[in-house]
Design a binder for this molecule. Structure first.
Ligand code: MG
Length: 454
């Protein structure tokens, strides 16, 4: 089975994004609403993150949907995975106003399908066609849509996660949550309390100016989280990006856990209960595959982007293949028994359960994982796509994976070279079992690339 990426005009890997009022305007939000209502007739659920531009853009998008004669259920401020969970309950589609991890001045829209997954490439291209051709249809005066406030539905999502972990696994555990002033302020603390944890928060009040830290949960921005974990004697700290589909962690010593190691730790815990297939993009760290293999499971690779992971998981399951888990090496993990999208709140709950079962400290569990070295580089080029197309010729004797860019294997080490879709650069990731092997691989790759760059 192959999943091919398709080029879109407006939407990127995770929806439309841009600076609010400049690229992401109320006009554009209205057009998206009009196109969505034309394509997915019925009842559309709309939600947003805490960004200051969210209310304006949300109202414009809802006006577009209502104009087509569709009804709108406004779910208010909530995490993207919460909206995705709600949409599955009889909606014809959903729209989330969010720019995820981007800085405060950005905003955007993610379109949700009735099954809770993000809209795939083919349907997104159809939606773009409606936006650009202005062919969306407004309904007549006697068929205009109606809007309803349904902010209470967020509780379904919170309870849905808690029900996955019976028996109060968090009893006696202190956890610190840093929702980064985003929508997880009203979900993750409640989820973890529902699991029995004592919960403390940092940046726990919703605020679209993001006064405490940026929406991207980087190690540098999480110092306050680390400090409170250590001073409170917490078992771990968890932080989310701006729409809480991702979760990253600090251990009980306040140390940041690299996201591929986080992914591998959850893989290990899941694979110890059942064997099967883990689905992940070609860019994910080798630690994930090594860990899965050590536990008797296998990994299936997809192009980069959570939507390709989610859709591949669904297709494989429909074909009777035993998919047990999926995700990306950025803290975006997909639990198929819960729903087919990345879910930060679910990931936080999983960490509680995993620690309770292991009876070990998080820093110890991480130290037992295979040690890997990752180098990330970028090289300025004029025509990245041509270089990617020619690169396989430079490696006639190597095992290559062409799922997305060129992945060159050398034993259990590899280099992934991809052209950026938005900038004139190629991005390189090298994953090896020693830092000297990484340097060597990169020097060799650079010398082979040189012939293509000249
Ligand atoms: Mg996100």
């Amino acid at each position: 089975m192959t999943t091919q990426k398709m080029q879109k005009r407006l939407f990127g890997t995770n929806g439309v994004r841009g600076i609010a009022g400049k690229d992401m305007t109320p006009d554009l939000a209205f057009s998206i609403g009009l196109a969505l209502g034309s394509m997915r007739r019925g009842r559309i659920a709309v939600g947003r993150d805490t960004r200051t531009s969210g209310e304006t853009l949300g109202k414009a998008l809802k006006a577009g949907v209502l104009a087509t004669g569709c009804d709108v259920d406004d779910c208010g401020i909530l995490p993207t995975p919460a909206l995705q969970y709600i949409v599955r309950d009889g909606y014809s589609g959903g729209a989330m106003i969010t720019a995820s991890h981007n800085p405060p001045e950005y905003n955007g829209v993610k379109i949700i399908e009735p099954d809770g997954t993000e809209m795939g490439d083919e349907e997104t291209i159809r939606l773009e066609g409606l936006i650009f051709s202005s062919k969306s249809e407004a309904a007549s005066w006697d068929r205009a849509g109606k809007e309803k406030q349904v902010t209470h539905l967020i509780n379904r999502y919170i309870e849905g996660i808690i029900s996955q972990f019976p028996g109060l696994p968090g009893n006696g555990m202190t956890v610190v949550v840093d929702p980064g002033s985003g929508p997880a302020c009203i979900t993750t603390p409640k989820i973890l309390e529902g699991l029995g944890c004592r919960v403390l928060t940092v940046n726990g009040i919703m605020d679209g100016t993001f006064p405490g830290r940026l929406p991207e949960p980087s190690a540098e921005g999480l110092k306050n989280l680390s400090d409170l974990v250590v001073s409170s004697g917490a078992s771990f700290g968890v932080a989310h990006d701006g729409d809480a589909d991702r979760a990253v962690f600090v251990d009980e010593k306040g140390g940041y856990i690299e996201e591929n190691a986080e992914f591998a730790l959850v893989v290990q815990s899941i694979c110890r209960k059942k064997k099967g297939i883990i689905v992940t993009p070609v860019s994910s760290g080798q630690v994930v595959e090594e860990t899965a293999r050590a536990e008797g499971s296998t990994v299936r690779y997809t192009p980069v982007g959570s939507i390709y992971v989610a859709r591949t998981m669904r297709t494989l399951l429909e074909n009777g293949e035993p998919v047990i888990f999926g995700g990306e090496g950025n803290g975006g993990l997909i639990f198929p028994d819960h729903q087919f999208c990345r879910d930060g709140g679910m990931t936080a709950a999983m960490m509680v359960s995993l620690l309770a079962e292991s009876r070990k400290k998080l820093s110890d569990l991480i130290s037992y994982l295979p040690e890997r070295y990752i180098v990330k580089e970028k090289i300025a080029v004029k025509n990245g796509a041509d270089i990617i197309a020619s690169l396989p010729r430079c490696y006639p004797d190597s095992r290559l994976d062409l799922t997305d860019g060129v992945k060159i294997y050398n034993g259990d080490s590899w280099a992934l070279v991809r052209a950026s879709g938005t900038e004139p650069i190629i991005r390189i990731i090298i994953d090896t079992n020693s830092s000297s092997a990484g340097t060597e691989f990169y020097q060799d790759l650079k010398s082979r690339l040189k012939t293509l760059l000249e």
